[in-house]
Design a protein around this ligand. Structure first.
Ligand code: WT7
Length: 656
């Protein structure tokens, strides 16, 4: 696709922004863009050779066998024959240059403590921690679970795993003990890395306590490494002898150097769990060379990252955005990354802007939900600080509404910074649809076009491309290097979810529309997946937790549109007859969900009802519940088994 082809005429949004005066720091050679149009695998082959450091360069660019009636599974292998190490690419290669003493990570804790780690500091600490892992018996292919706050040790732990070929599984620190346990048991990790706590809004998140609770039923874990981060006197942290050891002690006991493991291109790099349409999270498996190629290239193109930049992605490393655009992408590019541990409103609502000013942040990458929150707080917090250092703004996680886009553009970027809306998923590993700042004209609310090397389309039920302006399913029509290779322990589910729906194409699960200029507009999920503040949650996951509560007979969860979070979960619950509804039961159920999954899953509302609306075949009519929750006019209800149920529900909703 020609990125310059979009004309200023006939577009569906009433605003087009062309940043003629904005100059890129990095260049994308025309000849490479032309190659991407002609031959996607050849293009990626060039990128992989140019951008990565190989021990042995790849022999075969791509082996791609799509799922067909005859085959049992799709095969995608990128860069076979290649040998490399991700930690070497992210750190070692920079210490051989002038970047040796360049700041790799500028970290600020919520209380205001600061640490700056140069590439050389990272180099030394990663090797020591790699030796710690080896001393705990971790070997290539073994799984290590990381449950840490946003502290430099999280990055060190990830890269130490990469150095020795262990597969990391990072679990977001906001997840509950139960969610952690489920992920540890699914991955069968032998080591857990956690901390005594992390700071959030002035208090300590008790990670070690959650971990201890999780580990009551995690037989695979042999060792726990604990970072001393909390304020507590280390002697107050219960340490189970023979199992738990302090990070800082272990680091003193090991030799300083650890040679990198020679990894094959398709060797696994990490597992990251994400929600799907069932109650069980899916462990997306990403591999070495393809993933690193995808994130290295997209970081450079989309963020135009250069040596002079101070780059800040506000995502937690527990999400794919943190993996790809806090750790691997920026470090592979030798960038300076800002990392902040805590809440945006601590001690006051200007904390982010204070950080931008203090460190001279040039590139800021965050989520629409954060932008809308700041919008609601008002401009006064923004105006307290000088944000002139900023030159590029990014958005990710959900569709960004034009209002938030324009607020971000005007109030944060001072109308001089392109806003790049980036569409992608845990499964894609890297950004897929986004503008190339300074080249692609922008329409507020559109992620614009697929990046070079990617092919996307909007198709109907039968897989036929939709005409311009017609809503359909977003599919990716060519394989790409950083695609998830399988679901850990469940290859069948991988095939079913992504490859069976439209033969030969990857089904994203998103709805989209292409306008007359070819701009892609993302319209949210087409399945039972919620997007709450940019985080993916499945309705089934919440429902299965709710029905485990002794009061609950049946539960249906839907996403209701929310002005700040995009969507929030709303639960409709039928209660067991033996269980009288008491005041407080709704709150009890909300807390129950938080306890079992984490605060991000807390239902905004719980409604009790005598029955749930179902089709004659017994399927819960979620669409109807959604309409009720959002107070919309009801659609067709003739397929309902008992239409009076709806009447009752509608009434109930109005009364509250
Ligand atoms: C889902 C993926 C990958 C980053 C964080 C979320 C939605 C993500 C956008 C965007 C519209 C977006 C999609 C996607 N999404 N970015 N720029 N515009 N929707 O990762 O948890 O794997 O969720 O987030 O629905 O499928 P994730």
């Amino acid at each position: 696709m020609n990125h310059e082809a979009a004309s200023a005429l006939d577009f569906s949004s009433d605003v087009v922004i062309e940043l003629d005066q904005w100059h890129r720091r990095t260049t994308i050679p025309e000849e490479l863009l032309a190659l991407a149009e002609r031959d996607i695998p050849q293009f990626w082959d060039r990128i992989a050779r140019d951008m990565l450091e190989w021990i042995v360069p790849p022999q075969q660019t791509l082996r791609w066998e799509p799922l067909t009636a005859e085959s049992v599974a799709p095969v995608a292998r990128w860069f076979d024959g290649g040998i490399l190490n991700v930690a070497v690419n992210c750190v070692d290669r920079h210490i051989r240059t002038w970047r040796r003493n360049k700041a790799a990570i500028i970290w600020e804790g919520e209380p205001g403590d600061v640490r700056v780690l140069t590439y050389y500091d990272l180099y030394r600490q990663i090797q020591r921690f790699a030796n710690v892992l080896l001393s705990l018996g971790v070997r290539k292919g073994d799984r290590v679970t990381i449950y840490l706050p946003m502290i430099p040790e999280a990055v060190i732990a990830m890269l130490a795993c990469a150095r020795i070929g262990a597969i990391h599984s990072v679990v977001f620190g906001g997840f509950s003990a139960e969610a952690l346990r489920e992920r540890i048991n699914d991955s069968q990790s032998s080591v857990l890395i956690t901390a005594d706590g992390g700071w959030r809004r002035g208090s300590i998140v008790p990670l070690k306590r959650n971990a201890d609770q999780a580990l009551e039923q995690c037989p695979s874990i042999r060792h726990v490494v604990v970072v001393h981060r909390g304020v507590e006197d280390a002697t107050h942290v219960p340490m189970q002898s023979g199992r738990d050891q302090w990070w800082h002690r272990l680091m003193e006991e090991v030799p300083p150097s650890c040679p990198p493991e020679a990894m094959e291109s398709e060797d696994p790099l990490f597992i990251l769990y994400t929600s799907g349409t069932t109650g069980k999270p899916k462990g997306q498996l990403h591999t070495t060379a393809g993933y690193l190629t995808g994130v290295t290239a997209t970081t450079r193109w989309v963020f135009d990252i250069a040596d002079e930049d101070v780059y800040w992605c506000t995502a937690d490393i527990g999400w794919i955005t943190g993996h790809s655009y806090v750790v691997y992408g920026p470090l592979a590019n030798g960038a300076t990354v800002l990392m902040y541990e805590g809440a945006p409103d601590y001690p006051d609502r200007d904390r982010w802007w204070a950080l931008v000013e203090k460190y001279g942040v040039t590139i800021l990458y965050t989520a629409p939900t954060a932008i809308r929150t700041m919008m609601r707080w008002g401009e006064e917090y923004v105006q307290r600080h000088n944000l002139e250092s900023l030159r590029l703004l990014g958005s990710v996680g959900e569709p960004i509404n034009p209002e938030a886009w324009l607020w971000y553009w005007e109030n944060i970027g001072g109308k001089r910074c392109p806003v790049v809306d980036t569409w992608w998923q845990t499964e894609t590993g890297c950004i897929v649809i986004a503008p190339l700042a300074g080249r692609t004209p922008l329409k507020p609310g559109s992620a614009t076009f697929p990046l070079p090397g990617f092919a996307a389309a909007v198709v109907d039920e039968r897989g036929t491309p939709c005409p311009a302006g017609v809503r359909g399913y977003l599919v990716l029509t060519a394989p790409w290097p950083s695609m998830s290779r399988t679901i850990w322990g469940d290859p069948e589910r991988y095939i079913q979810t992504y490859w069976s729906r439209f033969p030969g194409m990857y089904a994203t699960g998103d709805a989209a529309v292409c306008d007359g200029d070819g701009f892609f507009w993302l319209l949210g999920r087409t399945d039972d997946v919620l997007n709450v503040a940019g985080h993916r949650l499945s309705t089934m996951e919440l429902e299965s937790v709710l029905v485990e509560h002794p009061a609950v007979a049946e539960a249906a969860v839907i996403g209701r549109t929310d002005a700040v979070k995009g969507q929030v979960p709303v639960a409709f619950v039928t209660v067991r007859e033996s269980f009288p509804i008491h005041t407080g039961l709704a709150d009890e159920l909300k807390d129950y969900v938080v306890e079992r999954i984490g605060a991000l899953a807390r239902p905004a509302e719980v409604h009790f009802t005598a029955e749930l609306p179902k089709t004659r075949s017994g399927k819960i009519m979620r669409r109807l519940l959604r309409d009720i929750a959002e107070g919309r006019v009801l659609g067709d209800t003739t397929t309902l088994a008992d239409p009076s149920v709806v009447q009752h529900l509608v009434q109930l909703y109005r009364e509250e």
